[in-house]
Each structure stands twice: as C-alpha cells, then as structure tokens.
Design a protein around this ligand. Structure first.
Ligand SMILES: [Ca+2]
Ligand SMILES: [Ca+2]
Length: 181
C-alpha cells in the first residue's frame, strides 16, 4: 500500500491512485478533493473567532515517508499562533508543534512521563523539516524519519493554537479535534 490514511475506518480503497496526486503546501486545498475526510468537526465549538475546524484530511505516503494534513475552517481564518499535532505510535505519544512562517519548521517532542500532574516531554528536534501554509486552508507536510513504520502512526489530536506560545496562561486552543478515535 502506497499511502495510509491516518484515521478513519478503512472504507477507502483508492490508495494507489491517490498516491499519484501531488500535494502542494500552498494553502489551496483544491488537490485534496478526492481524498476522504478523516475527521468531521462540529461548527461553533471554537473558543475564539480566528478558526473553526470543519474537516481534516490526512495521509502518509509510505514511499516518500511524508505525512500530509489538511485542516479546513467553517469561517475565514485569521491569524493563529501555531498548530499542535499529537501523534500516537503504539503506546508512544509524540507532539509536533508548527508555527506559520518559521523555517526550518517544526518541533518534535516525545512524551516521557508525568510528574506532579505535568506532562514531561523530551524534544527530539527543533528543526523537523515540516512545512505549513495557510490561506484558504491549512496544509501541512511532516517528514516521518523519526517513525520506522508509518502504517501504525495515528493522529490522536490536532489543535489550532492562539495567544502567546507557549505560556500556560496565555496560550490556548482556538479549536481542537479531541479525538480521532
Ligand atoms: Ca495545496
Ligand atoms: Ca469546529
């Protein structure tokens, strides 16, 4: 199988054909039309009016080892601070943090435990080589070099973040999926 949908229930059987569709990370979601929606998000569950997640599409290309994510909004998007994506790989939880217009992009951290009710993270890299573009939609590509088997990688949450990164009192999720499973 050339691509793996990162969520959903396995109803989809056009994987080989979809692998031929190039994804341009330019904020234009046009080329995603044939891909299935992997998450439908409710309208109006956003905290502030910068973004209201409507649908998410996501897949990994198992040949190029790149993951692609599309996030669309019910309302015209405004500025946001970052996108956080939680990836589950077996029992392991990884978190990708991406800010717009910040190159080379992406922080990848691995959850190593909980101490005094606070989650402890080990940062694996500050330059993941991911890309994010936002215009009509948010498009993201993430290299999967840190994961040996992309077929068992799942998105467990995705958050559009606002406020001041990453101050715990002023940094908040504008909208989030919670969760795919
Ligand atoms: Ca595009
Ligand atoms: Ca929403």
């Amino acid at each position: 199988m050339l691509i793996t949908l990162l969520a959903g229930c396995g109803l989809f059987s056009k994987n080989a054909r979809l692998a031929d569709i190039p994804i341009s990370i330019d904020g234009n979601p046009e080329e995603w039309e044939p891909f299935p929606v992997v998450h439908d998000d409710p309208k109006g569950d956003n905290i502030t009016n910068e973004y209201d997640i409507s649908i998410v599409k996501a897949f990994s290309n198992n040949e190029t080892m790149i993951m692609y994510i599309l996030v669309e909004s019910y309302i015209p998007m405004k500025d946001f601070t970052s996108v956080e994506i939680d990836l589950q790989y077996g029992d392991d939880i990884y978190r990708v943090g991406l800010q717009p217009d910040d190159l080379p992009q992406g922080v990848l951290a691995h959850k190593i435990g909980i101490e005094e009710n606070e989650i402890q993270w080990e940062v694996l890299t500050n330059s993941l080589g991911a890309r994010l573009s936002s215009d009509q939609a948010i498009e993201i590509s993430i290299p999967m070099d840190y994961f040996t088997d992309s077929t068992s990688l799942k998105i467990s949450d995705l958050r559009i973040m606002g406020g001041i990164c990453c101050n715990q009192f002023e940094y908040f999720a504008i909208d989030y999926l919670n969760p795919f499973d």
